[in-house]
Design a protein around this ligand. Structure first.
Ligand code: HEC
Ligand code: HEC
Ligand code: HEC
Ligand code: HEC
Ligand code: HEC
Ligand code: HEC
Length: 680
């Protein structure tokens, strides 16, 4: 083993050690603990780098397989096996990266059974899985040639695999073409998010062509690196050929990219001095213009250093292309910027290191590079090798000793900085419901409520789902009668627009009128007849302690400071706690409890559960019971999410409270002004 290789492996093992430590925290503490991902930035570095770039870097596999097996350019055969191995490992790395990124990684196989053929992502998932299988079969012969597999069944398998090479290669090309371009198509639905310099109607074509160019240059880079680290022979003439092909592809890519911008009239924004313009120029220069220009020169093509530089440019630049599209030029709502955490970088780099080690493992043991057999075996090691301490330790332990130490050191170092506690909970205070006007609409699947817009004084047609509401002149369609308009409670504790319309009156009437209150208002603030649930269920998700010591001290103080203490802390109990203090009920009137809220314990003043849980504990439980007990009287959909959560309501609300990203249609504003009525 050369010294260079040992050093490289030591570095790689350290990175893998760091990856190991982050992995433990990622899968025990969750995504929130180690990433800066959020609802506004659900796709971060792991998708941008590991998946988007990983797939593109592996494109050399199908390009070279096609070159040799389909177009018959035999002189490139030495590159096929390394390219297939790279592709195979690249896709395996994509799969591993996805496992880190998916919230429920154990469901990664779901697309296999649950088909969604309208989804581009579904196509990508299927293609990647199928192509990984094809690559496994394409690479299998290299493994089966190893003397370890000399038994008869393996030989038979090898013969069969060699026979089906051509069909496999063709399948591989089809699958690759499909999903290399589909990765671009994923972004077709983001015209308002992706910066115009990157958003394009032909983004799938750009992804495909750039992947071909990148794949070729990746093969070049790889063979130069393995020549450096593993002492393989450099096929300079063939490298020059690959370089020439890559130059053509890269020029086509540049022409497509610029032509598309010119047609869309966006070319100007590349040179307007903005940050995005500079990014674009740097990316296109790095990935294509500079290397393609370099490759025009024969001198460059025939020098390993020249080719290495050109390849490094393309590989870096194209990785940036993928990162630009998925992260850097992707607009997010205000206040939701995304910057990857160091753990995200550690995982991305660690996965690369891990697969490089696997690559080296295969290359050292299998006939991946054709000259491996002709090379003098490395048997002639020095009798004592200080870098590996070989000969001082038992054979197998010698070399790994150093690598294990590197990995452990990396892991330990990472642990020092890793958050061992989960992410801090963000408080989400709940606020009381508001009174709004609404009407009932029939959606075929049952009656639901909709907000009325009679007060909005504007003309606007809202079309969404199967409800169509015309607002402005008070007309509502489908023709529900606005005279039936009623007061509803709009429950939206965290004011995020996910509101639920609740017909307080109708529920009250149904549950027995004035006697019904205690069914739901199971506890109330002192002196209050009925308190808002948000008074006690104060946080959307977290439970809260209702008891406030300070309030009591003040309220019971009397004239003398500290005189009230004895009201609760009698007997000078050594431990002052809920158990030893006077029971709450001895001062606070208990509200009678009827059906749905059944306290879990007799002591009624445990911490109040979060607002959402309180609402679901009341509403959903009763609705379920109603469906069970009176299946003939209530709609069967009563306990389903859509009875209470109607996506249309959210869009209705947005009309009333326009946000910056969703400007109020001009007609609404104009109507409001000319109508002279009070605006929303
Ligand atoms: C009987 C009515 C009802 C049903 C059925 C119901 N919910 Fe809710 N849900 C509510 C109410 C009321 C709230 C509190 C709304 C708020 O404050 O924003 C709520 C809140 C939520 C929230 C938090 C909303 C936010 O703004 O953060 C989620 C998530 C949720 N429900 C999911 C579901 C799901 C999923 C189902 C179906 C399995 C479901 N709910 C069924 C009544 C219901
Ligand atoms: C089906 C359950 C239910 C019944 C029955 C019921 N309520 Fe309510 N009530 C609620 C819910 C849910 C809210 C919303 C409170 C919130 O979000 O804070 C509410 C809110 C209120 C509020 C407004 C509190 C505020 O400050 O916003 C009052 C007042 C009220 N109810 C009084 C009554 C009275 C009086 C009765 C009996 C005649 C009654 N309720 C019956 C569930 C019910
Ligand atoms: C004065 C404070 C207070 C008010 C007001 C209040 N709650 Fe509660 N709630 C509590 C406390 C404390 C608990 C926990 C003790 C218990 O389990 O009964 C609780 C528990 C609950 C539970 C869970 C019961 C269980 O243990 O399974 C539900 C559901 C609930 N409340 C719903 C509501 C709704 C709906 C409202 C408004 C209509 C409301 N609460 C108003 C204090 C309050
Ligand atoms: C309304 C009844 C009540 C009154 C009045 C009251 N306490 Fe308490 N006190 C409690 C309860 C209940 C707890 C347990 C709270 C907990 O565990 O969070 C407590 C806890 C304490 C504790 C332990 C707190 C801790 O953080 O460990 C001290 C000390 C204490 N009270 C002192 C006082 C003093 C001094 C006064 C008078 C100025 C007083 N209390 C008045 C009910 C009361
Ligand atoms: C010695 C009598 C006494 C005991 C015991 C007592 N309280 Fe109170 N509590 C009061 C008085 C007095 C007030 C003030 C009434 C008001 O502000 O309307 C009050 C107010 C409150 C309030 C309203 C606070 C606010 O923000 O306005 C809550 C909630 C409450 N108590 C909960 C509890 C709980 C929970 C316990 C049991 C751990 C408890 N109390 C035990 C006397 C008592
Ligand atoms: C004690 C039982 C009970 C509770 C608690 C309850 N509901 Fe209902 N709810 C019903 C019944 C019964 C119906 C009527 C079904 C019908 O006849 O159409 C209904 C109907 C509805 C409907 C359909 C439209 C309508 O008003 O007819 C909505 C929406 C709804 N409830 C929301 C809620 C929400 C939100 C809560 C909690 C804040 C809640 N319900 C609590 C029993 C309950």
């Amino acid at each position: 083993m050369t010294n260079r290789l040992t050093n490289l492996k030591t570095v790689l093992w350290t990175l893998v050690g760091i990856l190991g430590a982050v992995t433990v925290v990622r899968f025990t503490r969750g995504l929130g603990a180690v990433t800066n991902l959020s609802d506004a930035a659900p796709w971060g570095l792991w998708i941008g780098f590991d998946v988007m770039s990983g797939v593109a870097l592996a494109a050399g596999g199908f390009v070279l397989a096609a070159t040799v097996h389909i177009f018959g350019l035999e002189r490139y055969r030495p590159f096929v096996r390394p390219a297939i191995l790279t592709a195979w490992l690249g896709y395996a790395a994509v799969a591993v990266g996805l496992l880190y990124d998916l919230g429920l990684p154990w469901r990664i196989w779901h697309p296999l059974l649950h088909w969604q053929h309208h989804s581009v992502l579904f196509e990508v998932a299927m293609c990647v899985m199928l192509y990984l299988t094809v690559l496994t079969l394409e690479f299998a012969p290299t493994v089966l040639e190893h003397p370890l597999f000399s038994a008869r069944p393996f030989r038979a398998a090898l013969r069969i695999l060699k026979k089906v090479t051509i069909p496999l290669v063709i399948t591989g090309i089809v699958l690759s073409t499909l999903h290399q371009s589909s990765l671009g198509s994923l972004f077709l639905i983001t015209p308002y998010r992706l910066h115009p310099l990157w958003y394009s109607h032909i983004i799938y074509l750009l992804f495909f062509v750039s992947a071909v160019g990148l794949g070729l240059m990746m093969v070049v880079l790889e063979s130069l690196l393995s020549a450096y680290f593993l002492d393989h022979q450099v096929h300079q003439r063939e490298l020059a050929g690959l370089g020439k092909a890559a130059a053509v592809v890269l020029w086509i890519y540049v022409a497509l990219r610029l032509g598309d911008l010119a047609l869309r009239g966006e070319l100007g924004s590349a040179v307007d001095g903005s940050w995005h313009g500079a990014l674009f120029v740097a990316e296109l220069g790095l990935s294509a213009v500079i290397p393609a220009t370099l490759l025009l020169s024969r001198r460059v093509r025939e020098s390993p250093i020249g080719m290495g530089v050109a390849a490094a440019f393309t590989v870096t630049g194209m990785v940036f292309y993928r990162l630009d599209v998925s992260i850097l030029s992707f607009a997010r709502p205000q206040g939701f910027s995304y910057r990857p955490s160091w753990e995200e970088f550690a995982v991305s780099i660690g996965i690369v290191a891990m697969f490089l080690l696997i690559f080296i493992f295969f290359v050292e043991r299998l006939k991946v590079y054709d000259d491996v057999a002709t090379r003098p075996r490395t048997e002639a090691r020095p009798s004592y090798d200080p870098t590996t301490a070989r000969r001082l330790q038992p054979g197998i332990l010698a070399a790994p000793g150093r690598f294990t130490a590197a990995a452990l050191a990396g892991g330990a170092l990472a642990l020092l900085f890793l958050p061992l506690r989960g992410p801090e909970d963000v408080p989400a205070p709940a606020r009381a419901a508001r009174s709004v006007e609404g009407i009932r609409v029939d959606r075929g699947s049952g009656q639901v409520h909709a907000l009325t817009f009679a007060a909005a004084g504007a003309q606007h047609v809202l079309q969404s789902g199967d409800v169509r509401v015309t607002v402005g002149d008070g007309r509502v369609w489908p023709p529900g009668d606005t005279t039936e308009s009623r007061l509803l409670l709009m429950i939206d504790g965290n004011r995020n627009g996910n509101l639920v319309l609740f017909d307080h009156e109708a529920h009250k009437k149904r549950l027995g009128g004035d006697e019904s209150c205690a069914t739901c208002h199971h506890l109330s603030m002192p002196l209050d007849r009925n308190s808002s649930c948000a008074d006690c269920h104060r946080d959307m998700y977290d439970s809260t302690q209702v008891f406030e010591h300070d309030v009591h001290v003040t309220a019971l103080d009397g004239d003398e400071p500290n005189s009230g203490c004895g009201e609760c802390h009698r007997d000078h109990a050594p431990v002052k706690s809920f158990e030893t203090a006077t029971a709450c009920s001895s001062c606070h009137r208990e509200v009678a409890t009827a059906d749905p809220i059944i306290p879990a314990a007799q002591e009624r003043w445990r911490p109040a559960p979060g607002y959402t849980e309180a609402m679901h504990g009341l509403c959903v439980e009763c609705h379920k019971r109603e469906v069970r007990r009176h299946p003939d009287e209530v709609p069967s959909t009563l306990a389903e999410c859509r009875t209470c959560h109607d996506p249309d309501r959210r869009s209705q609300l947005r009309l009333l409270e326009p946000s910056r990203t969703d400007p109020l249609p001009e007609r609404v504003a104009a109507g409001a002004a000319s109508g002279g009525e009070e605006g929303p």
